[in-house]
Design a protein around this ligand. Structure first.
Ligand SMILES: Nc1nc2c(ncn2[C@@H]2O[C@H](COP(=O)(O)OP(=O)(O)OP(=O)(O)O)[C@@H](O)[C@H]2O)c(=O)[nH]1
Ligand SMILES: [Zn+2]
Length: 339
């Protein structure tokens, strides 16, 4: 259950948000978006869950679970959204606008299992997503109880990004909560991503423990979509038993790279850092003489598979990232919208 009175700090409200509230806005109530439906949203306040009243010009598509907003005290009418600390967004092929997954997530739990689901190339896509969003990634390896030696998975995951932490769990056991406790706790927000069937729902239940209850306002929790089917919210903010919040996301089959140059550079830091040592400033690390990256592969200090995957993600990102023509015909990458 969501306690009736939760201190703002426990909901994740920190100086980043407090500093944005102006003197004129002091009478407004900070609230954290807990569920986003097509036509309505709910939010958590220090006094519990409320239904947000949207002004005429606003649409729920502009908000993500985890967002901080300011509400009028009695009507719960939305005044404005506060700038985000982090924003997870998903680019899908063909779609012009990215889909907002979750906002103000501190740690992204990238969930995979100790079995055939384990796939370095796919994990790297999730890592680029976390880096780009500004979240700290952690690899959570579920189903450790089904294999004789889970440590080899830790070793394989740990090398995917500098400083990356990987943890093995049995998502069904309460021990999983203890194993992940260092990223949870009052005011902390984590989100779960990963393929279908890896154990995200199981992990969510374990993390929530006795606290399990989707924070939602009383009243109707279902809405009809255009075809008259009942739909429930895809994402919501759930309380974690020992403090903090967890956001689940629906299984993502494909993750297209777009507007993720920073995320990819961080993911492949060992390659990014070698590039300035290449003879040519625009070296593609493919065939050029004096290439420091190729030299590292030849010397055995850089994995050739990593270089292949760096190239694939980078090419995909460039193909999918919109470019404008600048004043002098220079190609200018469209600046990311403000968080
Ligand atoms: N033995 C074992 N089984 C697990 C573990 N984690 C999940 N499972 C089982 O794996 C199956 C799939 O788990 P879910 O939690 O439904 O997976 P999910 O990621 O939520 O899948 P979607 O809802 O399709 O996205 C269930 O039968 C779980 O009981 C684990 O750590 N150990
Ligand atoms: Zn090079």
């Amino acid at each position: 259950m969501v306690p009736d009175a939760t201190p703002l700090a426990d909901l994740g409200f920190d100086a980043h948000f407090a500093d944005q509230v102006t003197g004129d806005e002091a009478h407004l109530r900070p609230a954290r978006i807990a569920t986003v439906h097509r036509a309505r949203m709910s939010a958590l306040t220090t006094a519990g869950s409320v239904r947000v009243t949207l002004p005429a010009h606003a649409t729920t598509g502009d908000f993500a679970v985890g967002d901080w907003v300011l509400l009028e005290p009695d009507s719960h009418r939305l005044h404005r959204r506060l700038d985000r600390h982090t924003l997870l967004e998903r680019h899908t092929e063909g779609a012009r606008q990215p889909q907002l997954i979750a906002a103000n997530v501190d740690t992204l739990f990238i969930v995979t299992s100790c079995n055939a689901d384990f796939n370095p190339a796919r994990l790297e896509r999730y890592l680029a997503l976390a880096n780009e969003a500004g979240c700290d990634p952690v690899i959570v390896l579920t189903k450790a109880d089904t294999v004789a030696d889970a440590s080899s998975y830790i070793a394989q995951a740990g090398v995917l990004q500098r400083g990356l932490v990987a943890v093995t769990v049995n998502a069904k056991s309460p021990d999983a909560g203890a194993a992940l406790a260092r990223w949870c706790g009052a005011g902390q927000t984590v989100a779960l991503v990963g393929s279908s069937g890896v154990g995200k729902s199981t992990l969510l239940n374990t993390l929530a423990g006795d606290a399990l209850a989707v924070p939602q306002e009383t009243g109707a929790i279902r809405e009809d979509d255009a075809k008259g089917r009942h739909t429930t919210t895809a994402r919501s903010l759930h309380p974690i038993a020992g403090g903090g919040w967890v956001i689940d996301t629906p299984g993502m089959r494909t993750l297209h790279m777009s507007e993720a140059a920073f995320g990819i550079d961080t993911l492949f830091a060992e390659i990014t850092e070698l590039a300035p040592l290449c003879r040519f400033r625009d070296c593609t690390h493919a065939h050029e003489p004096g290439c420091a990256v190729q030299a590292a592969v030849a010397a055995g200090t850089l994995d050739a598979g990593r270089l292949d995957r760096w190239r694939k993600l980078g090419d995909e990102n460039r193909d999918n990232t919109p470019v404008l023509t600048g004043p002098r015909g220079n190609r200018v990458v469209v600046p990311k919208k403000r968080r």
